[in-house]
Ligand binder design. Structure first.
Ligand code: AMP
Ligand code: ZN
Length: 492
């Protein structure tokens, strides 16, 4: 709010937009207030976001942090920062192991499959590739090293059965992120129950390493053949790829406690330095006002949504609310997002039509004054994003730009004017990850409908229509195959 007022009174120039100092504010879970963003290293952002556990297709709740933090990264880049963005895949976990047992395959088969599927979903949501997506199973050496350091400096201990625990009472800052009093703490709900619970000195202590059970993947270690606890992987990967101290650590708000609290305890006890300067957490994506989650069974996968909508619509829907506000998923909101996105795409298309007409007459005074207005709206977008990434207000600014464009274009509009507006609108859409080029890609549901129409045509002996549908689909990159089990299709 403060920033918005300041910037409206004194609209930023392009030079100020590029001047990264003094303007960006981030709500920090650690201090529970908005703070000015000051990077550790001038012009650079080191950012770590906890990624998914890969035992299934991701659901749209998991997509919220992916889309939001991708937008944060894009905005920092827009402001001229060099962003080092690291996000892990948790590829060793009870749920992965259980699924592997169910299917009678190695756990790596499950994790590899769902990492690949997750990457496809991310691409379709226009989430940029991270600088690095480390896998827990490839970082075991680093985890053993950090655990050894923690044992050596008295922050961890080995129980009789070879389980290693972090000694919570040894770390003064425990509870500073979740704002919990250590004496009131219960063991975290995501803590994995392990053999050796009895070997704990204190019920708050959490697992760093645990001995294997039959049939589980395991690694040798000085303490037992076993595997790491969940929390240690993020401390280690963050240290390895970003250094002991990072600017931003992000994830969904369910990770504040115990996961992020434990990460702080591990990282700070190992390095003796403060770990992350800004802790950012997105609120939940809900359904009927309850958190969407696999365990409650009230979820849609990103793949489910892709059958009905272009995933750009899902992205737009996610960004239509502030990331710290809960967002309730509904068909109505998705339809509204689809229509809003459509308005933006049509607005951009209209500008491109004017561009194509190549009207090289000099830009008019009215157009010049509209471009000035457009710059003020761009500043409004920047002010909204500077104010703790208020994507909802940023989207409003884009709508105002589209409205300005739609109401001002006519058959005499100059190419210079269209270029001027496009040069403002398109980079802002790109910050939000909105692709302004209309996709001709065909949706799964549309393909199924056309296959059904072709089947009907063949039943009616209308082979010309059946062939036409097949050829039209082929032109759009869809290959049909008639098999005994029915028609199968694939994207060529
Ligand atoms: P998980 O695979 O459960 O560790 O989750 C991966 C990421 O998705 C974490 O940052 C979670 O906080 C986040 N997440 C899971 N469910 C939701 C939800 N319903 N709404 C928002 N974020 C979620
Ligand atoms: Zn993590």
């Amino acid at each position: 709010m403060y920033l918005q007022i300041q910037r409206i009174a004194l609209p930023a120039t392009d030079a100020q937009v590029k001047d990264k100092r003094n303007f960006m504010k981030i709500f920090n879970t650690l201090s529970k207030r908005k703070e000015e963003f000051v990077p550790i290293e001038e012009g650079k952002v080191r950012m770590y976001v906890c990624g998914p556990t890969v035992y299934n297709l991701i659901h749209i709740g998991n997509a919220r942090p992916m889309i939001f933090f991708d937008t944060v990264r894009r905005y920092f880049e827009y402001r001229g920062y060099d962003v080092n963005y690291v996000s892990n895949f948790t590829d060793v976990d009870d749920k992965i192991i259980n699924k592997a047992i169910e299917e009678g395959v190695d756990a790596s088969v499950i994790s590899t499959r769902y990492i690949n599927e997750c990457k496809k979903d991310m691409e379709a949501m226009n989430v940029l590739s991270a600088t690095k997506n480390p896998l827990a199973t490839e970082e075991i050496g680093g985890m053993e090293e950090m655990i050894s350091t923690l044992i050596d400096n008295g922050h961890a201990y080995v129980a009789k059965d070879g389980t290693v625990y972090f000694r919570v009472k040894s770390f003064d800052g425990y509870g500073k992120l979740s704002h919990k009093n250590i004496d009131e703490l219960q063991s975290g709900f995501r803590e994995i129950k392990v053999t050796g619970e009895d070997g704990k000195e204190d019920s708050n202590d959490f697992v760093l390493w645990k001995p294997k059970k039959d049939g589980e993947p395991y690694w040798d270690s000085p303490w037992s053949k076993g595997r790491p606890g969940w929390h240690i992987e993020c401390s280690v990967m963050s240290k390895k790829y970003l250094g002991d101290q990072i600017d931003i650590h992000g994830g969904g708000e369910d990770l504040i406690f115990p996961h992020h609290e434990n990460e702080i305890a591990q990282s700070e006890s190992a390095s003796g330095k403060s770990f992350a300067n800004y802790w950012m957490h997105n609120a939940f994506l809900n359904i009927d006002n309850k958190k969407m989650s696999k365990s409650l069974g009230n979820f849609f996968t990103v793949r489910d949504i892709s059958e009905k909508y272009d995933l750009q619509v899902l992205r737009f829907f996610m960004l239509s609310a502030h990331y710290r506000s809960p967002l309730n998923f509904s068909a109505e909101l998705m339809e509204a997002s689809k229509n809003s996105l459509e308005r933006i795409l049509t607005g951009v298309e209209n500008l491109k039509d004017v561009q194509k007409k190549n009207n090289s007459s000099p830009i008019t005074d009215a157009e010049l004054s509209n471009l000035e207005m457009a710059k003020v709206l761009k500043d409004k977008f920047v002010a909204a994003m500077d104010d703790d990434f208020n994507t909802a207000d940023a989207i409003s600014a884009i709508f105002e730009l589209i409205k300005l464009s739609n109401t001002s274009l006519n058959e005499n509009s100059t190419t210079e004017y269209a270029n001027g507006l496009l040069n403002i609108i398109e980079p802002l859409c790109d910050v939000l990850g909105i692709i302004t080029e209309r996709k001709t890609e065909i949706l799964d549901s549309e393909i199924e409908d056309l296959i059904e129409q072709r089947t009907q045509a063949r039943k009616n002996k209308d082979f010309a229509l059946a062939d036409k549908i097949r050829n039209d689909l082929l032109d759009r990159g869809i290959v049909l195959e008639d098999t005994r089990e029915g028609v199968k299709w694939k994207r060529s």
